[in-house]
Write a protein that binds this ligand. Structure first.
Ligand code: ADP
Ligand code: MG
Length: 729
């Protein structure tokens, strides 16, 4: 009997509910482990408090003396909460978060004067030994060192007994080595571009901030079961496993009653989130068995991105307490739905207006249409770059797999707004007559809020959908760091708004148009130019693939193909123009992502070869041997009649041999292709080889293994099966 598997099954069956600490009301405890406004007022001098506010709101620099004061206040606050260590918390290009803890504790070299210390210099800047983080050659060509620097726009927080200070991570020559720095730069770009445009409508707008509400999907699998699967442990997904007879056919999991053990996990997690100031709000079962979702109230984007990264870490830690493992992989199981991370995105002004929400007056609706149409134009012009921003080895399994948005980027806006755009397309060129203006204001622009209120249009197959007061970027992968997609989205919209402003101003200056006339004129042209990106139909259908091709939209199904857009001249020009990344930073990221892709497929190939040869084949042989023994015995007893009696067994023996042979042949061939790929020196060629030559063997090997799983005695099978992984909880 296969002991490890059955021991795990037994452990899972005997699980007890883990009690969840009952905390005070959410509104009471929210953010109590965050150095937020309330804590700052209490622990900072008025001068230091003002300096932080000024840095957050206006990007002002903080001088050394004040930094010392802030550090002192932060330390006092942290010590009052039994904190012993501090760390700069950052997001290197691995996609994860990184931290290195130092104790507050210090003494003189002779051991005298022990004291808790934390000064401005430790708060503001650190130099982690960063040589092992991916840098795409940046630190080879420039300086060898990197440093982390405090980002005051994301408040410090306490996790466990450590004070975590969100930081950026840059090289000594200033190149960004992380995901946060380009995001912050993109936020500056869109703030300045969007504020300029918003001023057409309201002179008082001084700042525009993008907002983000992510929806995190994940699988929750019993830890003992997950531990028996080398593929889950090493790659985050199952490389083998026959489909369970019951999967998600009955749709009985989606929004169903949450299993008790899972619910306790969620409650525990929510407690942690409340303390950390992560405003989680929604929890529910997702479509696939053992798949769930968690969504917060939306926040300012930099904070929302940090919160998602932090959450993913916390989710795994809380899962340990409840004997679960969280799977963030976009496609952990074949045959059931994968996971995404919808990024709900909008733009908010410091005057409290959501720029993607229709208002009450024609003017505010024209403002809405301006931002709405400019976003569509941005996606239209940069669809390839947006596709590249969500490319990863794991998300390749999801995009275009007939259950998630396709690899083709398009925008869904709903019937009513489609109609509004059609009417705006008919706006007269140049000056508008007073009648036309009135008609537009009353009958087109003026009607929008009513139109949207009863707009229940939802299109779940669209990668980028307008949902009433925000866009939902649905193609983002569940394991992704939101910074990548959000940097790109904000960059392309910033660029678009900048161009828009120039065009409108030119019309006002040269053609003597009124502001609203100029805006109508430019928007009309955009509507004409961007039709190819709008799609309201079924994004999963084959017809759409054909149609999209006709329209000239890209359809990159694999990461190596999709990523190329990142280093196109158009992309580099965009990032350089907006001072978000220079070409070195862009190229470095491209290289890092190709490397990551290659390594992931390489690891999958190795793990698959290993499991197939060391688990599946030996198990199949063992079972085959019992069959052979059986046939031999039958022969002894029945003599010449045995062939008829042992017919089934004999054909099984042959069938097993064929699959063993299949596995061996394919694993050999795959290994050969890996060797060839490894000899390539160009990283883009290597990634392509892994994609086109190595990866196709995965399905072939899996085919034989999954067949064997159905043939071999259940008691002998060593790998925990799909029906166990997905249904025991
Ligand atoms: P759904 O029907 O898709 O669940 P919801 O309106 O409940 O839609 O919102 C889903 C997510 O969108 C939530 O995380 C929410 O916080 C976020 N969201 C709502 N409004 C905005 C906004 N203006 N900007 C960014 N995110 C938003
Ligand atoms: Mg949603």
């Amino acid at each position: 009997m296969s002991t490890f598997r059955f021991q795990a099954l037994k452990e899972t069956a005997n699980r007890k509910l883990i009690a969840v600490e009952k905390l005070e009301k959410k509104s009471k405890i929210f953010g109590s482990n965050v150095f937020n406004d309330k804590a700052m007022r209490q622990f900072l001098t008025p001068e230091a408090y003002k300096a932080v506010q000024n840095a957050v709101q206006n990007g002002a620099k903080i001088d050394r003396v004040i930094a010392d004061q802030i550090a002192m206040g932060m330390k006092e606050w942290a010590l009052s909460k039994d904190v012993t260590h501090y760390t700069h918390w950052f997001q290197p290009l691995t996609g994860n978060t990184a931290e290195k803890h130092d104790a507050f504790f210090e003494t003189s070299f002779d051991g005298s004067d022990p004291v808790e210390k934390f000064g401005g210099s430790q708060l503001v800047q650190q130099e982690p030994d960063a040589s092992s983080f991916p840098n795409g050659g940046i630190r080879n060509t420039f300086e060898a060192r990197g440093y982390t620097a405090w980002d005051p726009t994301s408040p410090a927080f306490i996790y466990g007994t450590t004070l975590c200070i969100p930081t950026i991570f840059v090289s000594y020559t200033g190149e960004a080595l992380d995901n946060k720095t380009p995001l912050l730069r993109a936020l500056q770009a869109i703030d300045s571009a969007a504020t300029d445009v918003a001023k057409y409508f309201d002179k008082n707008v001084r700042k525009v901030t993008p907002t983000l509400g992510w929806e995190q999907e994940y699988f929750l699998i019993d830890r003992s079961l997950a531990n028996t699967r080398p593929d889950l442990l090493a790659t985050g997904r199952t490389l083998l496993g026959h489909a369970s007879a019951k999967g998600q056919q009955l749709d009985d999991h989606y929004f169903g009653s949450i299993p008790s053990r899972v619910l306790n996990y969620m409650r525990d997690l929510e407690n942690e989130c409340m303390l950390l100031g992560i405003p989680v709000k929604t929890r529910h079962n997702e479509v696939a068995p053992s798949q769930f979702e968690l969504a917060p109230i939306f926040e300012e984007i930099n904070l929302a991105v940090d919160h998602n990264s932090l959450l993913m870490d916390v989710m795994q830690k809380v899962a340990e307490r409840h004997d679960y493992k969280v799977l963030f992989h976009e496609k952990p199981f074949k045959g059931v739905n994968g996971s995404g991370k919808h990024n709900n995105w909008s733009l908010a002004t410091d005057t409290g207006i959501n720029l993607l929400s229709p208002g009450k007056t024609p003017m505010s609706n024209l403002q809405f249409l301006t931002f709405f149409i400019n976003t569509i134009k941005a996606v239209h012009d940069y669809e390839e770059l947006l596709r590249a921003a969500i490319a990863s080895a794991s998300n390749d399994h999801r995009l275009g797999a007939n259950e998630a948005p396709p690899a083709i980027i398009s925008v869904f806006i709903g019937q009513q707004l489609t109609k509004v755009l059609a009417e705006l397309e008919g706006v007269t060129k140049g000056k508008l007559s007073p009648e036309e203006k009135t008609d537009l204001k009353l009958n087109v622009v003026g009607k929008i809020p009513d139109v949207l209120l009863d707009n229940t249009d939802r299109n779940r197959t669209s990668p980028f959908a307008f949902t009433g007061n925000k866009f939902e970027f649905r193609a983002v992968g569940s394991s992704a760091n939101c910074a990548t997609s959000m940097t790109t989205l904000n960059a392309i919209v910033a660029k678009q708004l900048k161009d828009f402003k120039e065009e409108v101003d030119a019309l006002i200056a040269k053609k003597d148009l009124k502001k609203d006339e100029a805006i109508f004129n430019v928007l009309r042209e955009y509507i004409k130019q961007t039709k190819s990106i709008l799609f309201e139909g079924d994004g999963y259908s084959e017809a759409w693939e054909k149609e999209a091709k006709k329209r000239g939209l890209s359809n990159f199904k694999t990461t190596p193909e999709a990523l190329k857009a990142k280093v196109s001249k158009k992309a580099i020009d965009l990032f350089e123009e907006l001072a978000i990344m220079n070409h070195v930073e862009v190229e470095a990221r491209y290289e890092i992502e190709l490397e990551e892709y290659t390594k992931k497929i390489q690891i999958e190939g190795r793990v698959l070869g290993d499991i197939a040869r060391n688990h599946v084949v030996p198990t199949a042989i063992r079972y085959q041997n019992t069959l052979i023994e059986n046939v031999k015995g039958l022969k002894e007893i029945f003599g010449k009649d045995f062939e008829k009696i042992a017919k089934q067994q004999i054909s099984l023996i042959k069938e097993i041999s064929e699959h063993i042979e299949g596995i061996n042949a394919k694993v050999d061939a795959m290994t050969e292709e890996r060797k060839k790929a490894n000899n390539l020196s160009d990283i883009s060629k290597m990634a392509a080889a892994y994609c086109d030559k190595v990866k196709p063997y995965f399905e072939e090997i899996r085919y034989h293994s999954d067949k064997l799983e159905l043939l071999v005695d259940d008691e002998m099978w060593t790998l925990v099966k799909y029906r166990e992984l997905l249904f025991l909880r």
